[in-house]
Design a protein around this ligand. Sequence first.
Ligand SMILES: C[S@@+](CC[C@H](N)C(=O)[O-])C[C@H]1O[C@@H](n2cnc3c(N)ncnc32)[C@H](O)[C@@H]1O
Length: 412
Amino acid sequence: MQSVMILGRQPALGLAELESLYGGAAIRPVGNSVAVVDVDPCLLAFDRLGGSVKFCKLLATLDTTVWRDIEDYLRKVAPDHSKAMPEGKLQLGLSVIGIDVNLRQLEASGLNLKKAIRKTGRSVRLVPNKALELNSAQVIHNHLTGVTGWELVFIRDGDKTIIAQTVKVQNIDAYARRDRERPKRDARVGMLPPKLAQIIVNIAVGKLSKSLLTSICDIPADSPIPRPLIDQTILDPFCGTGVILQEASLMGYQTYGTDLETRMIDYSQKNLAWLGLHHAMAPTCCRLEVGDATNHHWKTPINIVASETYLGRPFTDRPTPEVLTQTVADCNLIIKKFLRNLHPQLTKGTRLCLAIPAWQISPNDFKLLSLIDQIEDLGYNRVSFEHIGDQDLIYYRDNQIVARQLLVITRV
Ligand SMILES: C[S@@+](CC[C@H](N)C(=O)[O-])C[C@H]1O[C@@H](n2cnc3c(N)ncnc32)[C@H](O)[C@@H]1O
């Protein structure tokens, strides 16, 4: 049974996340922003995925990419399908990815479809498109994933068209609450978005076992039932205000956070206490202590390492070459020392996903840390992905100077 995932703003990160959790063979990228996933849909733990914005059911594949043919097909099958839906006014939405059609044509097709459905006696409302793709907020606010909602997504797949129906959409309000309502935030250490924290954790976790998948299978994303406890400890040695610890705890993992600053440990502790009060969670345990990652001795067991490391000075303007050189050297030294210190404390095969700094020196051109080329000398192997290149794993915004590169490695 295949599902279709519509990937987020940086599709490569979403692909890396899916490939990590479900294996490369189960994933097929389609165009630039979609993946077809060959996993039982009930096993796709959508609410823990930070890099996929919509989860769709594959309905049909057509041997055409011509919009008029697609519309003809829809006019034929949609009225019958609508008869089988529960009573009430249908909410219909259309989204198009990679197909040659403009907004005006899309709107005209929507109205034609509405007419054809109305002939069956159903009342139907068409959600107006501001762009070819409806965004998550439009899907949520128009109840398009509800019982009488129907968002159809048309995706170009080479010389074919995939037609899919949106089943779940990212809960943007829940992400915003987790980000903004937690009691302790600190702009100085950076604001790691919860979605990116989920991606980092999922990439660090790697392939999910069948038994774990099965245990979370029947829990719907919006259920008040917490995810079951997972007997694996995730370490964040640069935990700051604890965003990674929060997201890992929500998934059901045991967490362990350390940071150089006492204040940060206090912030993480307060944020995790707040999380426990406001979210349905398994009774996970979080160990927190002050520690310099370059010489700290962590308590075992550590099963997984997920962290946004020291990122150096924040820059709002482009730094001078001298300042940039010094910042890069400082970060390189601290993270290298940390990796050396951590190595003997991990068991062979432990997987790590580290968000390390990269500096955007001109649009899409990044200065990377040199330690990446010495990763084997440090006792780790770089994990390579089937569907994306290493250079694609950089999270940034156009105007941002300090970007985050996701370094995915295993302890040799
Ligand atoms: C980019 S911030 C991480 C922010 C974090 N992801 C959060 O949720 O707030 C980096 C953190 O590394 C800490 N740090 C810097 N040098 C360190 C070191 N040598 N050992 C441990 N922590 C360090 C800083 O205090 C800061 O909290």
